[in-house]
Design a protein around this ligand. Structure first.
Ligand code: AHR
Length: 490
């Protein structure tokens, strides 16, 4: 058994953990939307307005603070007018999904997506089309959704069932425009952004506009530098990062730890982006980072299989480290969105026919739910560390065997601890400064092996157990199983 000590400085708060730091992403890609969360109103699978009721229930339970849609790369091919009006009259268009040409029948459009958000209590975040769209198209989408004036588009919205404005606040101006979103050079994208954002702002000055950033320093530098005198148009910069190490289910010990380290390295992309934003905004405006795609992307998740992969306990434990990083950067991040909400990549929910199951990543978000809206407090972790070797983009470095985050809200302290060790449990001593423990609940997400996952055949192989904590005083000792995450609510 290894040992670790975590000092929690309850009196040293580090900013509010916005619920949006636990956001999600739904793209028209593979079986995320169609044959995922959406089955259509004619489906024999129980649904509400076309959305699977079992998924709606699971999403309500875990909570989806913000949901990004319709892409992803799909966003820069999407023409929103194709997805409104009578479904049978909507155009049937050619779409690209996971490297394949597929038919998009536009059954899931703006009204349906916003109905989903209302059902699950999510803030909508719509990603606009820069690559193959126009400033006017984006401005009209905003007008259609948000105007309270009786314009022709607003009347069309009313005729389509929504007389009141739909008040969509968050708008992405393109997606990955350095790649699938048009292969722009950074300066060219920034100039396009300025044009699109000017007319988006005119359509609704209250929108929050999100520019396309990168996990590449040079892109962010050039985009933000070009926009430095147009800060009125820039509210957030989007960054994406995926990571892998070995296959999703077949990995050796070194690869096990590399995945954790790859997740921890998300910190670097945030750090340099934050530095660039601070430099070019120099106290004039707080432009935040929207980390709106992240997660494990294993080699099994390839085009032909719809970017689907088993989502293991290892993925959830590496994800815990990433959420800990996000909490530490609570002041600089406006949102984060794991990719993707159903079936695709590191999905919290997976389906096969009428079967639906929850992955360890779903349970990770459930364990972290009490942190939402809470004040992050400083934690100091002392644990064994392991050297990880260089691989692709992954720099060699030291991986702490334990990661943690803590927050307080309404007299309650929540501490989440992950033990990254593949085989050994860890005895973790929590030392609390500035308060005392009282009794509470311990939630444990553990599995029989790091590569364990849930499936149609074994939907409950990995899950959460809950026990009562009889705590008092300023010290609490927990035994965290190998490759596991615990949350103590005390
Ligand atoms: O999430 C899958 C894809 O990954 C998205 O469409 C794109 O934005 C990213 O490259």
């Amino acid at each position: 058994m290894s040992e670790a000590t975590i000092t929690i400085r309850a009196e040293e708060t580090q900013g509010t953990i916005s619920p949006y730091l636990h956001g999600h992403f739904a793209e028209h890609l593979g079986r995320c939307c169609y044959d995922g969360v959406w089955v259509g109103t004619d489906s024999p699978i129980p649904n509400k307005g076309g959305f699977r009721t079992d998924i709606l229930d699971a999403l309500r339970e875990v909570g989806v603070p913000i949901l990004r849609w319709p892409g992803g790369c799909f966003a820069d091919t999407y023409h929103w007018k194709d997805g409104i009006g009578a479904p049978e009259k909507r155009p049937r268009t050619l779409a690209e999904s996971c490297g394949l040409r597929v038919l998009e029948d536009n059954a899931l459009g703006t009204h349906e997506f916003l109905a989903l958000c209302r059902e699950i209590g999510a803030e909508p975040y719509l990603a606009g089309n820069v690559g193959s769209g126009s400033p006017q198209e984006l401005a009209e989408w905003i007008e259609y959704c948000n105007t309270s004036l009786p314009t022709t588009l607003a009347q069309q919205r009313a005729a389509n069932g929504h007389p009141d404005p739909m008040t969509v606040k968050y708008w992405g101006v393109g997606n990955e425009n350095w790649g699938c979103g048009g292969n722009y050079a950074p300066e060219d994208y920034a100039k396009e952004y300025r044009r699109f954002a000017t007319f988006a702002r005119m359509a609704d000055p209250t929108t929050q506009l999100i520019a396309c950033g990168h996990n590449n320093r040079d892109w962010n530098l050039k985009v933000v530098e070009t926009l430095r005198n147009n800060l009125g148009l820039l509210d957030h910069l989007s960054v994406h990062q995926y990571y892998k190490a070995g296959s999703g289910t077949d990995f050796d010990e070194e690869e096990h730890y590399r995945l954790m380290r790859a997740g921890d390295l998300i910190d670097e992309g945030i750090a340099f982006t934050d530095e660039i934003l601070r430099f070019f905004t120099a106290g004039r405006k707080k432009v935040k980072i929207a980390f709106d795609e992240w997660g494990a992307w294993h080699p099994e998740a390839v085009g032909g299989c719809g970017y689907e992969m088993p989502c293991t306990q290892r993925d959830a434990v590496s994800g815990a480290g990433v959420l800990d990083v996000f909490h530490r950067w609570a002041d600089s991040l406006s949102m984060t969105n794991i990719a993707q909400i159903v079936n695709v990549l590191q999905a919290p929910i997976q389906t096969q026919g009428d079967k639906m199951w929850l992955t360890p990543t779903y349970y990770l978000f459930l364990l972290y739910k009490p942190h939402r809206g809470a004040e992050a407090v400083r934690v100091e972790v002392e644990s064994a560390a392991r050297d990880t070797q260089e691989l692709d983009f992954l720099k060699p470095g030291s991986l702490p065997m334990v990661s943690a985050t803590a927050s307080r809200k309404e007299g309650r302290l929540t501490v989440s601890v992950s033990n990254r060790h593949a085989q050994e449990p860890c005895e973790v001593t929590l030392n609390l400064h500035g308060d005392a423990f009282r009794e509470g609940t311990l939630h444990t997400l553990a599995a029989d092996a790091p590569n364990a996952y849930n499936s149609a055949e074994q939907p409950n192989r990995v899950g959460v157990t809950r026990t009562t904590l009889n705590a008092s005083g300023t010290t609490l000792t927990l035994t965290v199983p190998p490759c596991a995450v615990v949350t103590a609510e005390v």
